[in-house]
Each structure stands twice: as structure tokens, then as C-alpha cells.
Design a protein around this ligand. Structure first.
Ligand SMILES: Nc1ncnc2c1ncn2[C@@H]1O[C@H](COP(=O)(O)OP(=O)(O)OP(=O)(O)O)[C@@H](O)[C@H]1O
Length: 279
């Protein structure tokens, strides 16, 4: 249950004293905080009383059945959707403020790159749009970081689906985002590419020290990527459980073959299928 979440327990005391968006009572390590968040859409309750903490620098995955409110969760965190009830804060501030400050990097299933621009120009474009000075050298470094050294001048049509998602990740990083909100970014990729991208994203996350909230439909992906995996229940979306992933850090593809990995995948799967109590 949501209240069993470790972050919720750890911050219970300050929670009692904290005001809605108070800067002073917020734990310095809490990057994202949802308190009693509900979202209603014309008769559909998409989220029901969700409490969630994501600590600074944490990698948290969100998994659940189709329509359970995963995207809505990302949207309320990113300030793209207002909650009907409850409060959301990012770094102790309302999400709108974080969004305006360019704190979010959104990476979606469809990469939305501009087809007429090169990979490099796509990386700098969003930053320019946000009114920040582009830094082509940093953009080149980021393309290298995401494994695209040598592809700076390539147009999206010349890149594979996985490479385009890498450009989208570099673009989010160049924006200066401290929080990456990723909504099934590998949903259109084949399984092997997904696994490779998972390794890459964890490496980039480690090197760039970002906070990541990552929505996926894939149980192995949710387990492989996460420090913690949030399992949501069917409509209305509630947090069914939060699963601490205990796997080696750093992780590479070899983790997929280990008994520890299989065992944790099985537990998350059981939670999804049976509403199984995790803790
Ligand atoms: N703008 C909207 N207007 C009306 N209903 C909406 C809107 N956005 C989402 N919903 C509804 O809210 C519920 C949760 O949607 P959401 O997209 O968050 O789920 P999801 O878990 O991300 O789904 P999926 O895994 O299929 O992408 C669904 O029933 C959806 O139809």
C-alpha cells in the first residue's frame, strides 16, 4: 500500500509538519513528492489518493496495467496536469515552477525529433526554445555520452529507433533537466535494443546524476532499471506496492541471466497479477 512506501515512512514526521509547498520542511533529498493525489477526468478516476516520494538521484520505475494512471502520474509530476485533490512538489516547489525553470526532461515513446534538423541541432533546439543559450560542445559531449559519437550530423531518418531515443535523451539532458520523466521511451524498440538501452540509460543516469521517473509496461525493464519499482493497481490508479530492487550496481546485460533478477521479476509480476502484498 502507498503508506508502506519506505520514503513515506522516512518522511512521516516532516510530512506532519510540512505545509503544501514549504521549502524549509522539505527533506533536501526529496526530489518529487505526491501527497494524496487524485485526478478525475469526466467521470473517470485516473488516480486515487497517491502518495509517493522520489529521492534526489533515485531511479524509480512505475508499472501497472494499461489505463491505471501511469502517464497521468508523470503528467502531474511534470506540471502538465493539475491534480483534482492533493499536492505535488518537485524540489520543494510546485511543478509549474520546476517546469518553467527547465528542471524536467520529458522523453516519450515517440521521440518527436525535428526531421529536417541534424542530431546535434535537435539536441540544442529545445534548450534554445527554453530561452537558454545552446552549448554545441556540451551537446556533442552528450551525444557521445548516449553512444552517438560520430552521428552529430545525421538526420533522424538516418538513425535507428534506438538511436533516435538516444538523441531524445541527450536533448533532455542538454536542457539542464535535473528530473527525467520517461514514458515508455523504449516501447517501440525490439527486445534486444530495449535491453541495451536499459544499460545505457542507467549508465547515463549514473554519470549525469539525475532523478528518473520511468513508466514501462515491461516487468523485466521495470526491475532492471530501478532502485525502486512502484506497482500500480488497476483503475482507479493506486499504489499497490513499492519494491526495493536489490541487484548489483552498476548493472549490465549479465544481470538479466541471474537468479536474483528472475526472482525479483517474479515478485513484481505476482504483485501485478494477484494484487499481491509486497511488504
Ligand atoms: N485527458 C483525459 N481525458 C479523459 N480521460 C483521460 C485523460 N487522460 C487519461 N484519461 C483516462 O485516465 C485513465 C488513466 O490514463 P493513463 O494514460 O494515465 O493510464 P496509463 O496507465 O498510462 O495507460 P497505458 O499503460 O495504456 O498508457 C484511463 O482510463 C484514461 O482513459
Amino acid at each position: 500500500m502507498a503508506g508502506d512506501e519506505p520514503g513515506a515512512r522516512a518522511t512521516a514526521e516532516s510530512e506532519r509538519e510540512s505545509d503544501q509547498h514549504g521549502d524549509t520542511d522539505e527533506s533536501p533529498r526529496t526530489a518529487i513528492r505526491l501527497d494524496g493525489v487524485s485526478v478525475d477526468f469526466e467521470g473517470v478516476r485516473a488516480l486515487a489518493d497517491v502518495d509517493l516520494r522520489v529521492e534526489d538521484g533515485e531511479f524509480v520505475t512505475v508499472i501497472g496495467p494499461s489505463g491505471c494512471g501511469k502517464t497521468t502520474t508523470l503528467r502531474v509530476v511534470g506540471g502538465l496536469q493539475s491534480p483534482t485533490a492533493g499536492t505535488v512538489s518537485v524540489g520543494g516547489h510546485p511543478p509549474d515552477r520546476a517546469r518553467e525553470a527547465g528542471e524536467f526532461g520529458f522523453v516519450f515513446q515517440r521521440h518527436a525529433l525535428l526531421p529536417w534538423k541534424s542530431a546535434l541541432e535537435n539536441v540544442v533546439f529545445l534548450r534554445k526554445l527554453a530561452g537558454k543559450p545552446p552549448d554545441r560542445e556540451r551537446a556533442r559531449d552528450l551525444l557521445e555520452t548516449v553512444g552517438l559519437a560520430g552521428f552529430a550530423d545525421a538526420r533522424p531518418a538516418e538513425l535507428s529507433g534506438g538511436m533516435r531515443q538516444r538523441v531524445a535523451i541527450a536533448r533532455a539532458l542538454h536542457l539542464g533537466a535535473s528530473v527525467l520523466l520517461m514514458d515508455e521511451p523504449f516501447g517501440e524498440l525490439d527486445e534486444l535494443t530495449r535491453e541495451e538501452m536499459g544499460v545505457e540509460v542507467r549508465r547515463v543516469w549514473r554519470e549525469e546524476r539525475k532523478t528518473v521517473l520511468f513508466v514501462t509496461h515491461s516487468v523485466p525493464e521495470a526491475v532492471f532499471l530501478a532502485d525502486r519499482c512502484v506497482v500500480m493497481s488497476d483503475q482507479p490508479g493506486e499504489i499497490e506496492g513499492v519494491f526495493d530492487v536489490e541487484l548489483p550496481r552498476p548493472r549490465d546485460e549479465s544481470v538479466y541471466g541471474t537468479a536474483a533478477f528472475q526472482e525479483q521479476v517474479a515478485r513484481v509480476r505476482a504483485a501485478l497479477h494477484e494484487g499481491y502484498e509486497l511488504r
